[in-house]
Design a protein around this ligand. Structure first.
Ligand code: FAD
Length: 321
């Protein structure tokens, strides 16, 4: 049997985040040939509807309202429920982003459905799909099979492949009007810190520094390496606590959870709380002058040495290629 799947696309600064396309990839696996409906919520989202079709949505439904300019769980909850009422899907997919983590339990409670959060892999297809998600801070994986719908899951960014983009694909775009009202809060403006470079949660490469960088200036060679690899900068809590960098860069149990293709940890000891945020990265390279450092237990490649010598050597070698 085929499933009708709705995928919530996430728009930031007028552009769709990659996790939206990965969610379409996940939707294709569970749809079993059924229809995939992209959903876009905001104050002006028509412009990106075609992109959802190009990545494989058969149809796109938009909900636009001035109160939806910035995310609030109240506003987006009302908008999403309006689409849900119209579409009556069998399966719902969100990204496991800050927004998805906030909105999905609210929607699941309203629908009285279960919720499989933070899925990193799907085995099988259609009704037989089995969702795999890390538990105990990534030390084990749980396999979840849903016997009774509706099926609702969120996917961790950077884990599920997005379909190939095909600009010749176009799908029907329609809108649902939602009477967004009784909002308990309205976000008037979002003031973001000026960060240069790539968004850490979607980065394919992360170069992270710990207390071993010794000071804010110790991050400079790491930034050069990250720039060269088209990656983002991250940090341990040790580095953040020591005021070497901003807390927005913290990776770990009480920071961000990331799964890039390549994670380079420089001057990070590998405390369990740090590993919780990065140990599922595809390839881990650790640079530490202590051969006994815990980080080497999860590293695919370990370099025992002084990061202030090793990182410039890496930069030099990469520049040669
Ligand atoms: P350190 O442990 O001080 O390690 C520095 C490392 O740098 C050492 O291994 C040293 O050998 C190496 N080094 C020094 N100089 C050089 C050099 N020149 N070249 C190469 N290597 C060098 N931590 C997180 O990261 N993320 C979290 O989310 C997090 N959440 C926490 C939550 C709780 C409730 C608690 C209690 C702790 C949490 N921590 C978290 C803190 C964690 O326990 C560690 O204290 C922290 O990760 C240590 O940071 P670090 O590895 O940078 O520093």
């Amino acid at each position: 049997m085929s499933n009708k799947v709705i995928v919530l696309g996430e728009v930031r600064d007028g552009a769709l985040r990659n996790v939206s396309f990965e969610a379409i990839g996940a939707a294709k696996t569970v749809a079993g040939g059924g229809e995939i409906v992209g959903v876009l919520i905001g104050d002006d989202v028509q412009g990106v509807a075609q992109e959802m079709s190009a990545y494989g949505a058969d149809r796109v439904v938009t909900v636009e309202h001035p109160h939806l300019k910035h995310y609030t769980s109240d506003g987006f909850g009302q908008a999403f429920m309006a689409v849900h009422e119209q579409e009556q899907p069998d399966v719902i997919v969100f990204g496991h982003t800050a927004q998805g983590k906030d909105l999905s339990p609210k929607i699941a409670a309203k629908l009285q459905s279960g919720l499989v959060s933070d899925v990193t892999e799907i085995e099988g297809e259609g009704e037989d799909a089995i969702f795999i998600r890390p538990i105990y801070s990534g030390k084990a994986f749980e396999k979840v099979k849903i016997n009774e719908g509706p099926v609702f899951f969120t996917i961790r960014p950077n884990n599920i492949a997005s379909p190939e983009k095909d600009d010749s694909r176009s799908g029907d775009v329609s809108s649902v009007s939602a009477d967004i009202q009784n909002l308990r809060s309205v976000v008037k403006d979002v003031v973001t810190k000026a960060t240069d470079g790539v968004d850490m949660s979607e980065a394919k490469v992360i170069v992270a520094g710990g207390r071993g960088v010794k000071g804010p200036e110790g991050f400079e060679p790491l930034k050069d390496l990250a720039d060269l690899l088209g990656g983002a900068i991250g940090a341990s809590r040790g580095a953040c606590d020591a005021d070497y960098c901003d807390y927005s860069l913290q990776i770990g149990q009480t920071g961000k959870v990331v799964t890039p293709d390549l994670y380079i940890a420089a001057g990070i000891s590998g405390a369990i709380q740090h590993l919780a945020g990065m140990s599922n990265s595809k390839v881990i390279v650790a640079i530490n002058k202590d051969p006994e450092a815990n980080i080497f237990k999860v590293a695919d490649y370990g370099i025992v040495g002084d990061l202030f010598e090793v990182v410039p050597m890496m930069i030099e070698e990469i520049k040669k290629t």
